[in-house]
Design a protein around this ligand. Sequence first.
Ligand code: SF4
Ligand code: SF4
Length: 541
Amino acid sequence: MSLFGLFDKKQKPIEVMKTSPGKLKTYMQCPMKYKFLHVENRTGRKLSTHHLSFDGILKQAVEEFQKKTLMKFEDIQPDELSRMIEANWDPARFEGVENAEEFREAARKAGRVMTQWFADNRAFLFTHRREPALGVFAEYFVQPISVWVRLDRIERMPEGNLRLVIFKSGARQILPQEMKHDLGIRLQMAAARELFGESMNRFAYVYLRDGNTIEIPVDDLDLETLPGELLEKIRKIQDGDFDPHLGPLCSVCEFLEECPGWPEMPWKRVGEDRETYGKRLRMSYSKMSLFERCPRAYSKLYIEKIAPKPQPFFSFGSCIHAVMETFYDKNNDEKRSLQYLMRVLDETWTGFRIGYADDNEESRYREKAVTMLEQYCNRFVKSQKFFPASQIESYFEIPVGGDTVMTGFIDRIDARLDGGYTVLDYKTEPTDRTQDAVDKDLQLTLYYWAAREWLRLDIRELGLFMMSFDKLMTTTRSPDQIPGLLERVEQVTRQIRAETVFAPKVNKYCLSCDHLNGCPIEETVRSDGRLRTMEFTEDDV
Ligand code: SF4
Ligand code: SF4
């Protein structure tokens, strides 16, 4: 029986479902992986990932360091933590890694900056039940779900309130705007407040690699919607919703070789073993086009791994895609209408609210979304019989040549009455395209090839829904265009492998680039009257 059934009859819970932020994160990434790990308790084939080794060594050393320095911080040498990291260093865990020395240098730097961080913060460590508040466990309970979280460190700040500190060892740093809706952060903070009360009012991530602290006050965290979100996820788990979510993370998944989502292992297509295949350059249309557009911007994102700043047009575009995904889902038995489309927009919008400068900007984009979807419904839904999509957000991963793996997601594939299929892609940008541009569009050629090669579908037509311009632009491709496409993919891989300079290159996205400030050609870009940002202006709405 479902756990939820127990409460319909106003009974007290007889069974509590225990979970954790880590388990929920796994479920959100891939329900099938959750099933393998937490329903079937399988272990899978552990892959040696040097990033995980690095993170583990840092975290372990920081824990030891905190315990050791509790009583007499004054005796601590500035290189104490670095030495503890060195003592935990296991070169075997980095064997075969070309940049193993870079990891070691990063570890030494982490040791230096974090020793300073602990020195600066030592007076703030809070005492809980007569013990220093380190590694405290706390529970967040919403009937019938119990979530246990580990709170790395609690501090009493000078003004008297408490701050929860969670140490992070990864390279990618969250942006404050992203923290607001992060399920893990909200669960940690809600559990901390259950234990410490209202004086617990600040949350901070401290990044071990550079000592950077990113903090958010509790008032900015969206805690009100937490119970509903949690119940919805648990309900899906209870209902046995364990679909595989194929995507780039599959390449490092310990269950890849037994996953039903992958009927054939990709390395077998080219007669390689998993290790050899893993050394290929993983490519996608956006990666390839970013490199061709501007090697400097490519380097910032894929080599320096600087996460893109949230932008209104990213949230807006992702939200429209998510709305269409729900609307065309073949497992959805709602009657399709404008009312339903607007309801889906309402339900989806809350998940894509980062990047807007203020409420005004968000409502401007919201109005744009309503107009766009109304127009879409009038033109493409009301006037014809509705058919759900044959495939939505379909992932592909195909080896190309000897050194590339091409990956991507196709927005939508519709079955046609003539027995073939149409590939469709949504474009929400405020700039229009010519028919000639659509006929030559490389992304569509790529999807044509991928849908044939990966899904074995007969693609008769391809189309771009230009959502800002209320139109569908269609085109076709033929098999003789495929060799040219693959040659270009291989050529870009060769260029990326050989690139050392990653020079800036002016292009139509420069004014929306996160790295425009300080770009060597910033002045040229700013004085180029032909360029515009990708944001909707007042005139576009
Ligand atoms: S291989 Fe991919 S789809 Fe399969 S369980 Fe792992 S993450 Fe999920
Ligand atoms: S501003 Fe333009 S040229 Fe400079 S890094 Fe960004 S995309 Fe490249």
